[in-house]
Design a protein around this ligand. Sequence first.
Ligand SMILES: CC(C)(COP(=O)(O)OP(=O)(O)OC[C@H]1O[C@@H](n2cnc3c(N)ncnc32)[C@H](O)[C@@H]1OP(=O)(O)O)[C@@H](O)C(=O)NCCC(=O)NCCS
Length: 436
Amino acid sequence: MADPNEIRSEKYSVQRFPVVEQDDPGFSRCSTWVQAVTHGFHQDRRSPEYLAKTLDAYRLDGRELTGVYVNCGVPEHSLAADVPVGTYATMRKPLNIGFGRQLDANLVTSVTVRGTHRRNGILRGMITADLEGAKDDGLALAALTASEGSIYGRFGFGVATFERSITVDTGPRFRLRGEPSGTVEVADPAVLLEIAPKVFERVQRAAPGSIDRQEYYRLVASGSIGRDGKPDAAIRSALHYGADGTVDGYVSYRFKGWDTKPYVMEIVDLVAATNAAYLDLWRFLGSIDLIDQVIWAEAPVDDPLTWALEDPRCVDSSDIRDMLWLRILDVPAALRARGFAAAGRLVLEIADPLGLAGGTWALEADGGAAAVVDDASGEAPDLTLDIADLGSMYLGAVSPVTLAAAGRVREHTQGAAFRAQQLFAVERSAHCLTHF
Ligand SMILES: CC(C)(COP(=O)(O)OP(=O)(O)OC[C@H]1O[C@@H](n2cnc3c(N)ncnc32)[C@H](O)[C@@H]1OP(=O)(O)O)[C@@H](O)C(=O)NCCC(=O)NCCS
């Protein structure tokens, strides 16, 4: 595999290192690295309290940090040479790929290159070494969320799930069909430190597109960490109890203040392990007094809420955007891992700009548990596509028929794109509640 620590040019060297505990001498290298990331994303410098809590969470996630450093000296008064000019991090977590199956993915995050060093190939160097390394380690998938849509297609990533921001009118129009099937109680948000991971674990098992969460999520949902690293006193929470009395859903939320009208409640985290919990939590949110609207930035596009409301226009969604980008590193392994509910055979000719996963494969599914994937080099393909397009199709959220209409997927056999759409379908719309 490519050595992540190799010196890529005379100008730069690369260091890849794990996150260490606070009393370790390597901790300051990790703190400096986080400050460089905040610089790249135009965020405030982090306080020591924030750094301690965040790096502790990163350590528990098993994050590997990559920093790119200038080799030659830096001019007097400029940022010191131990502040990386490029940052990149990875961790490995399971992705639900449909029908309850989980496949480990290499999650890429914290990608920044300092403005004064941009377009020197630093990102390309970091990402190609990392993807090669992940493949060599036996991983079939990589994933990321992107700040801009134009960066990652060239590295073989395709948009695989979407999300949207919604504003829900919770005035008199807000009425849900049916009856509640459990109860909702307000709770001290601190209980989410323990409860949130348990509820999420059930979601992870059941929801296609779900990625296992980082440690940070329970800290934010419980109000244990706010923007400045101190506890967030504005966080409130409510729990949903199912018929058997166990907590099977929660919402963590924050009031936006009395200064502007309409009065708005913002969802910080909403996780429901059952359909009933989801709708009952919305019933609760819709019943909060003095509030005109509830907003949520991570709502599913295909949202049962819309269909449960007597007036679906209570939901205003102006902003649908790509969320999870997938990069298939090993086509046969990724296809064999998937469950295919339909039967059919497809020969896929796949191009890979990085030379990691290109080739021609025959996928044969009988509608049962497993599919057979054979090398089909020399066979006439039904579909020709880029590896990024296979990533888009993989969770069933992007239709191969649409990709063919866009000229991305080339159909050599009539109806092959529709066959692919049926084969790659999953049991419910893929949605990912984990940002990273
Ligand atoms: C995006 C960013 C990491 C790119 O780093 P970089 O080192 O300048 O990128 P590279 O020089 O390795 O460029 C690699 C390729 O991507 C292209 N590219 C890089 N950034 C791009 C962008 N924002 N939009 C479109 N293309 C981009 C380059 O043109 C180059 O193309 P080529 O190799 O096909 O000719 C850097 O601009 C940055 O830090 N931006 C702000 C933070 C951010 O958005 N991070 C991404 C978080 S998901």
